[in-house]
Design a protein around this ligand. Structure first.
Ligand SMILES: Nc1ncnc2c1ncn2[C@@H]1O[C@H](COP(=O)(O)OP(=O)(O)OP(=O)(O)O)[C@@H](O)[C@H]1O
Length: 290
């Protein structure tokens, strides 16, 4: 018998919002069947999941605090649990579910619940971008631009994401960055703790959540013909160093930009107010059920 706290984001993915009550009932029934106790809370706005964790994390010896949502919800729940013994659980009902996919967690709701109640906790690294924790990927350039456009759409889900990315591709202009003192033009600068953005878009196929490093992937400005090859490599987990793609294993890097950039952390876009951005890793800083 163990106590689980579930935090549901009704705004995640494409279907949960419409089915939020049945999702909650299914969690309760499944927990009961497996002799566990479920406590269910709902988010009411962006950032609310972190607040709910802060308010409730000490109120019971939780076996896990579970994100029922996508990578943004996982991020909000994991932030206040960094450096604590309490594991995060994931029921992936988001649009991209990058961390869950990297961890090979089941995407089917009942199977994900089953894994949660039978899985083990492991300790993973996390990253920091301008002091904001991330667990899956973060970056600037094209990824952040897409994240920003996606967040303004009325619908979420894969179809919207593909549509937004495709349209953004034709209008986006590479930017200049200074990375550890070296000036370069880049289409995107990504920092991978986990290997994928979500939806099996593998930006760093060899990323390892427990290696104490982040995989920095720099995509240089490329001719339009390379776009198809890039998309193919991304979605078939075959990204590799080439004329336009380079990788560095980093523990800390400083990026300077001409204007305060838009970044994304786990797909969440944010307009920064600084032009000097530190990205670093915090090895073995979060427990997570797999
Ligand atoms: N009650 C709510 N109403 C509106 N927005 C919310 C609410 N609760 C959380 N949010 C916001 O919803 C956004 C999306 O959540 P989340 O990232 O989990 O789903 P997703 O974007 O569909 O999935 P993924 O990140 O895996 O692609 C986050 O920015 C989060 O802060």
């Amino acid at each position: 018998m163990a106590d689980y706290l579930f935090i549901l984001n009704p705004n995640s993915g494409t279907s949960i919002g419409k089915n939020i009550d049945s999702v909650a009932r299914a969690i309760e029934a499944f927990a009961k069947k497996t002799d566990n106790t479920s406590h269910i809370l709902f988010t009411e706005s962006p950032g609310h999941a972190s607040e709910l964790v802060r308010q409730n994390k000490e109120s019971s010896p939780w076996k896990a605090i579970v994100a029922v949502g996508g990578d943004g919800t996982v991020n909000e729940i994991a932030q206040p649990l960094l450096g604590t013994a309490i594991p995060v659980g994931i029921i992936p009902v988001g649009s991209g579910n990058g961390l869950a996919r990297h961890l090979k967690l089941p995407l089917r709701f009942d199977q994900a619940l089953n894994r949660l109640f039978t899985g083990q906790a492991i300790t993973i690294d996390s990253g920091l971008i301008d002091d904001i924790p991330f667990f899956c990927t973060a970056g600037m350039g094209f990824d952040a631009y897409v994240g920003q456009l996606f967040s303004k759409q009325a619908t979420r889900g894969l179809a919207t994401y593909v549509n937004v990315s495709f349209n953004a591709y034709w209008t986006y202009k590479p930017q200049q960055f200074t990375v550890d003192g070296k000036k370069l033009d880049a289409f995107s600068l990504s920092f991978a703790n986990a290997g994928q953005f979500g939806n099996n878009a593998w930006i760093a196929p060899h990323a390892d959540l427990q290696d104490g490093i982040l995989d920095q992937c720099t995509i240089s400005p490329f001719p339009k013909w390379f776009g198809t090859s890039l998309a193919y490599q991304l979605f078939t987990r075959q990204m590799k160093p080439s004329e336009y793609i380079s990788y560095q294993a980093i523990t800390e890097t400083i990026i300077q930009t001409e204007r305060p950039p838009v970044i994304h952390y786990d797909g969440e876009p944010l307009q920064l107010e600084t032009t000097r951005i530190k990205v670093s890793v915090r090895p073995k800083s979060l427990n997570i059920i797999v």
